[in-house]
Structure formats: C-alpha cells, structure tokens
Design a protein around this ligand. Structure first.
Ligand SMILES: Nc1nc2c(ncn2[C@@H]2O[C@H](COP(=O)(O)OP(=O)(O)OP(=O)(O)O)[C@@H](O)[C@H]2O)c(=O)[nH]1
Length: 469
C-alpha cells in the first residue's frame, strides 16, 4: 500500500522531503476540530471521471482529518497520501489501473491505528474502478479472394502491356476517318488561330462526333486559346486529347461477371449485321481463357446461318451450344438454355438474338418477351444486356441505342468494326448522350480482336503519333 502511494507521489523534489514530528504536529493541530492545513494544496478544479488522478479530491479531505495517536511513520504515510497527485494527461491503460483498484480494496498497513487506516482507506477511495472498454463486435472476416483468377504483374510489365495495347489500337484505328483528318491537320504544323479551330471542327463533325459534342469541344478550346492558355498548336492538340479522353473515361467501365450469380446471363441485341454472333464467339474465347464455364444459346433463329455460325464458335472453343433450329421461338431457346446452365452450374450464359431494325416495333417487342421468359427462372436475368453497335454506323447509332434501351434496358455497349475506315466519332456522341458503359470494342475479325474498351488507347489511336501520347 505504501509503495502504491509512493508511486503516485508528485515527481518533484519536495515530494521526497521527510517531515519532522513538529511539522506533523503543526499540520494536525487538533484531534476534534477539522481544520485545513495551512499549506494543504487545493483540490484540482477538474478531474476526468474514471481517471486515476481524481484521487486528490478526497485525499485533500483525508489530509485535513485529525491524526491523533498517529506514530510518526504512519502520519508520514498519511501526509504523503494527502499530497495531491499531479493530474494525468491521459487515463492509464486498463493493465495499469487494475492493480490500483486492487490496492484500494486492501486493508490499511499493519500497525496503523484505526483512524489512520481509515484515512488511508479514504485516500485510496477515489480510485474508482475504470470501466473496462467493451470489445467492439468483430467484423465478419472478408471473403477469401479467388487468387487463381487474379493476375499479378510488375509495374514494368504493366507499362509494357499498356504500350503494346496502344500500339495495336493505333495500328487498327490509324486508318479511320477521324485519325486521317486530324493527323493531316497537325502534320502541317498549323498556326494557333481561328482557322485551326475551324479545321478541328470540320474533322470532328466528319468523324461523326456529332454537332453538339463538337460545338462544346471547339468552344472550350477557343475560350482557352483566347485566354492565352496555349503556347502553340501542339498544346492545343494536347488539350483536345485530354478533353476527348475526359468524355470517354466515365463510360470505359469493364464488364464485371458477378461470381455469385450462376449463370451470369448476357443477352446480346442489335440491328442486322452489326457483329452480334461474331462478338459472342469472341466473348466465348475470352471467358474460356479466363477459365470460366460457359454456355451459348442460339437465339438468332431467324437467319439460317446464325445457328451454325454459333455452333462453329462453340466447337472451336469447346463450349456447349443450346439450339432448337431455324424459326424456333427465341424466348423458348433462351429459357431452355438458362435451365440447362442452371442445372450444370455454368458460370456464364450468352444468349444470341436475331438482328432487328430498331424501327420494327413487333421485333423490338419480341426482345421484351425473351427477357420476361428468362425472368421466370431468374428474376434478375439478364444480368447484362449488351447492345452491339457497328462503329461505321454514324449518328444512326444514337437512335438504335434509344430504341433498344426502351425495349429491353441496355446495360452495356460493344462497338464493332472500329478497325478499317470506321469514323469512330460516334463513340463520343454515345458517351455524351447516354453515359452507358462501353464494355468492348471490336477492332478486327479475329477472336482476340475484341478489346476491353480503353478510353486512352482509343483516343491516342485517333490522334497523331507525333503527339507522343
Ligand atoms: N472488321 C470487322 N468485322 C467485324 C467485326 N465484328 C464483326 N465483323 C464482321 O461483321 C459481319 C457480320 O457479323 P455477324 O456476327 O454475323 O453479325 P450479326 O449481328 O450476328 O448479324 P445478324 O445475325 O444478321 O444480325 C461478319 O462478316 C463479321 O466478321 C469487327 O470488329 N471488325
């Protein structure tokens, strides 16, 4: 107990001082009348609740009590106990507090008279048990990631892959109307003036970026040019590049296959000949390469060759194809396929549909029927409705998206045929008007030519290489 008090003494030299019998007598003049000791320190004005340092509040009382019959050492101990403890800036941790609470419960030291023992006990009283912090409920452990499907790459590998990807995009898109008109413009090292802006405007309109998007882009460049933001035409081109990337970045959202959804149902829709069946074949290859189990549904029962085309893709990639032959009910094929995929625990089911003009109301309504029928088996299906758009279509793509979206709720886009002479600019118009994610871009006919849409690679492929981006 004494050692406890010593431990709590102020660490100043005065705390080491021993008191003489006379001083003690002066400090405790009467046995019956409590009187404050002349030099007794005032209790600290404020002490934190539950804080060990609140002891002095009652220690001061103890120190004022008469100490008749105390022998010198007991009185010394008592007086020391009555010295105020320095306030502590932070509560002691529970491990430290615990023994102090035990000490309070202990009886006074042997040999102390009862009054002194009471005073000592009272001095120890204020050390209230510190509430033990209750442990917060443990959060549920995070799910263990499936490392078999993760790919680890070093920064150097990532940089090399990015450069290789950009080179492929540039090689495939370099012949587009967009790339040719802008490339020609800047190879002449034009002057930074209104004529340059007029030429950019023409190039963007010709490339199918659309009138409103083009006007916004050019007006912004003009404002900044007048504000002397650009030192030369190259700086203006860099600003155009960054504006174009900025338009596409929000829609460059890759398709995520939810592993908890089996099967994850993809429904592909679009007008005739845009590349739906080819895209499904390319997707099948991609998902196989990702070690996913998948199944194809030959829902294009209208075009004679479509079922055979899909079956050929399935055979080539070792993927089962559910088909009922030509002129079968497409909704029935989709239903059968979903049932089979469910039974087999297949991860991904891709359903083809016949091409249809977005202006043909009856055929558009049929898409709604396919959706309703498969929802009898899975209320959340299809989990992705991919509208395939031919990149050479131009502004007509906007009305296609509008109509398909109204009929079946489009959740992602695939823009095909961006290789060759595609104008490519429609991608900006689509992004600006609808903001629907562009999942993939078709940049060739080979299976590996379906690329995850990359805003930066796409824009850099359209702009002159001399820009160094
Ligand atoms: N250059 C190029 N050709 C493509 C691309 N995607 C598809 N094609 C070609 O476009 C043509 C039509 O493709 P399909 O897959 O049959 O089109 P579809 O939409 O299924 O046609 P329908 O069933 O009639 O609606 C084929 O010759 C494909 O090889 C692409 O990204 N680039």
């Amino acid at each position: 107990m004494v050692s406890f008090f010593r431990r709590k003494k102020p660490e100043t030299p005065t705390s080491e001082r021993r008191y003489s019998t006379e001083e003690l007598a002066a400090a405790f003049p009467s046995t019956s009348t409590p009187a404050p000791a002349a030099d007794a320190p005032a209790a600290p004005a404020r002490v934190d609740a539950g804080h060990v340092a609140d002891a002095p509040v009652r220690e001061a009382d103890a120190g004022q009590r008469p100490a008749a019959g105390l022998d010198e050492s007991a009185a010394q101990a008592l007086l020391e106990a009555s010295q105020p403890h320095p306030p502590m800036s932070a509560p002691l941790p529970p491990e430290v507090v615990a023994p102090i609470v035990d000490a309070r419960a202990a009886t006074a030291p042997a040999g102390l008279p009862i009054e002194a023992a009471e005073a000592v006990a009272r001095a120890a009283e204020p050390v209230a048990p510190t509430p033990q912090p209750t442990a917060p409920p443990r959060p549920a452990p995070p799910p263990i990631p499936d490392f078999s499907k993760l790919e680890f790459r070093t920064p150097e590998q990532i940089a090399a892959d990015t450069a290789a990807t950009k080179a492929v995009w540039r090689e495939r898109l370099g012949g587009s109307v967009f790339a040719r008109s802008l490339g020609g413009l800047f190879s002449r090292n034009p002057r930074l003036d209104d004529d340059l802006l007029d030429e950019i405007e023409t190039a963007l309109i010709t490339a199918d970026v659309g009138v409103s998007a083009t006007t916004d882009l050019v007006d912004s460049l003009r404002r900044r040019m007048k504000g002397r933001e650009f030192a030369d035409s190259r700086e203006l081109l860099l600003a155009l590049r960054s504006d174009l990337i900025g338009m596409l970045r929000p829609v460059a959202v890759p398709l995520q296959i939810d592993p908890a959804t089996r099967p994850f149902v993809l429904l592909t829709v679009g007008v005739n000949g845009v590349g739906k069946t080819t895209t499904i074949g390319k997707l099948a290859r991609r998902f196989k390469d990702e070690n996913r189990t998948l199944m194809l549904a030959a829902g294009d029962t209208f075009r004679a060759a479509a079922v055979a085309q899909l079956q050929a893709w399935g055979d080539r990639n070792g993927v089962p194809v559910i088909a009922q032959g030509q002129n079968a009910d497409a909704a029935s094929v989709a239903y059968d396929a979903l049932q089979a995929a469910k039974a087999r625990g297949t991860e991904v089911l891709i359903t083809d549909t016949a091409g249809r003009l977005h202006t043909q109301q009856g055929l558009m309504a049929e898409l709604g029927k396919i959706k309703r029928v498969i929802q009898k088996l899975d209320a959340d299906a299809p989990h992705e409705v991919l509208l395939v758009i031919d990149g050479t279509t131009g502004q007509n793509a906007l009305s296609q998206l509008r109509q398909f979206n109204a009929a079946v709720g489009v959740t992602g886009l695939v823009v095909t045929k961006l290789d060759g002479t595609a104008k490519g600019g429609v991608v900006f118009a689509l992004a600006r008007e609808f903001g629907i994610p562009i999942r993939f871009a078709g940049i060739g006919e080979r299976p590996e030519d379906l690329r995850v849409f990359d805003a930066e690679a796409f824009v850099d492929a359209l702009l002159p290489e001399a820009l160094g981006a």
